[in-house]
Ligand binder design. Structure first.
Ligand code: HEC
Length: 142
């Protein structure tokens, strides 16, 4: 028959292990980087940006006469993809504010996400505000 002491020794470690698995398992699922756009969209966005944005914002949008569209300062100004999209799809480029059309602006957003370390995937990015609100702009660990 199991004494109280050996029973504790048996049950406690497995309960701890189960709790540990539950914690690390869900943490792994949360750390999985979500893919918000396709490679095709980012490639098309790079072409759009080359003629419409990079003349001022610099090659690969690293900054020129106008601010860089990547890095910590950008993240500080714009908490979500929706906030920055709502700005540039209406205000940019200055010579034709809002003039590029939704498809091009969404592609440029995909390009900006790619420049900032967000992974590409199989789902297409859209201009849906609820979707864009889910994309938090923050430094990505590679
Ligand atoms: C003719 C030059 C010019 C072009 C072309 C241009 N921009 Fe800008 N953009 C600016 C300037 C200047 C500012 C800074 C304005 C300010 O701070 O009020 C700016 C600001 C921005 C900001 C805010 C940056 C920040 O640090 O908060 C974003 C985002 C942006 N532009 C996106 C774009 C995108 C996307 C394109 C291409 C579709 C584009 N711009 C094309 C001149 C330009």
């Amino acid at each position: 028959m199991l004494s109280k002491k050996s029973f504790d020794r048996f049950i406690v470690p497995s309960a701890v292990a189960a709790a540990w698995l539950a914690i690390t398992g869900s943490a792994a699922a949360q750390n999985e980087p979500q893919a918000w756009y396709t490679t095709e969209q980012a490639t098309a966005g790079a072409q759009q940006a080359r003629t419409n944005c990079e003349p001022c914002h610099g090659a690969e949008l690293l900054g020129g006469d106008a601010p860089a569209l990547s890095g910590p300062e950008l993240f500080a100004n714009w908490p979500t993809a929706h906030s920055i999209y709502a700005f540039f799809s209406v205000e940019m480029p200055p010579f034709s504010p809002g003039g590029l059309g939704e498809k091009a602006y969404v592609e440029i957003l995909a390009y900006i996400l790619s420049l900032n370390g967000y992974p590409a995937g199989s789902e297409e990015l859209t201009a849906d505000p609820a979707l864009l609100e889910e994309i938090r702009l923050q430094p990505q660990t590679p």
